[in-house]
Design a protein around this ligand. Structure first.
Ligand SMILES: [Zn+2]
Length: 268
């Protein structure tokens, strides 16, 4: 009988909450080589075992996303990446055939976002990128942008009503990220492939200030840019839960899953 209070106590400790915290992984790729190395059923299992309740998935090429969606329809939120193979990161905005590919996919499948794409500075002014913005407008798609702050400004200048998820928070420092978030209320920021925001269970004070100023804008992401990164999803989920557990419960839930759900209009 003495064991019961211990169990009840354990249920209310930060650790129990942390282990239970569902996660929305806002930065997953499942590209052609990952599909071969980690087949769809196995990929779905990895996400489920990591407690990833939802994931924003985009792949080079898009077949990976469609296969993962079929294997884990309760988890995958599909995004369309304008890349057919690896190696198009720096050239796609100068390649008009990308538009044919994107238009074809948009006609055949449903998506919530366009991206993750890479575009910096005046890449935004290229006809291909501007065409992409027009397509996002027409299909009401969020833009998942791996971009510098200059490109983010240019996107909003081209389309003031855009909704933008800033991949990796631009790899900028928290001060710069905060300044950019202040300028655009439809800008969200993922923390994918970053770790300086927290070590073990301790959140960096400057990042904490950013999370407190913008409790509704940040979200986590693994960034499975290479097939091997699929084996890191569980570890990344554990790492995320560990540092999120040091935050107030509401803020942890926001960054853990709620902000991404709200951003995508998917509140559960
Ligand atoms: Zn990425």
């Amino acid at each position: 009988m003495k064991i019961l209070p211990v169990i009840i106590l354990a249920l209310f400790t930060g650790q129990a909450i942390a282990q239970d915290l569902p996660l929305f992984d806002a930065h997953i790729h499942y590209s052609h080589d990952a599909v071969i190395k980690v087949p769809p059923e196995q990929a779905a299992k990895i996400l489920r075992e990591a407690g990833v309740r939802s994931a924003l998935v985009s792949s080079s090429d898009d077949d990976g996303t469609q296969k993962l969606l079929a294997a884990a329809p309760e988890i995958v939120v599909p995004a369309l990446r304008p890349y057919r193979r690896r190696g198009e990161i720096g050239s796609w905005m100068h390649d008009a055939t990308v538009i044919d590919y994107v238009e074809d996919r948009l006609a055949r499948f449903q998506y919530k976002a366009l991206g993750e794409f890479h575009a910096y500075g005046d890449d935004i002014e290229t006809p291909v990128f501007q065409h992409m913005i027009a397509l996002a407008k027409r299909h009401n798609l969020l833009l998942h942008a791996h971009s510098d702050a200059d490109a983010v400004e240019r996107i909003f200048k081209s389309w003031p009503q855009a909704r933008v998820l800033w991949a990796h928070s631009g790899f900028d420092n928290p001060e710069k990220v905060r300044a950019t978030l202040r300028r655009h209320e439809n800008l969200w920021s993922d923390l994918a492939f970053r770790s300086e925001q927290a070590s073990a269970e301790k959140v960096d004070p400057q990042w904490l200030a950013a999370f407190e100023e913008f409790p509704d804008r940040f979200m986590i992401g693994t960034d499975t840019f290479a097939p091997e990164r699929w084996y890191y999803i569980k570890e990344h989920a554990d790492y995320s839960r560990a540092w999120l557990s040091s935050l107030p419960k509401e803020l942890a839930a926001n960054i853990g899953f709620r902000n991404a759900e709200k951003m995508l209009g998917l509140l559960k």
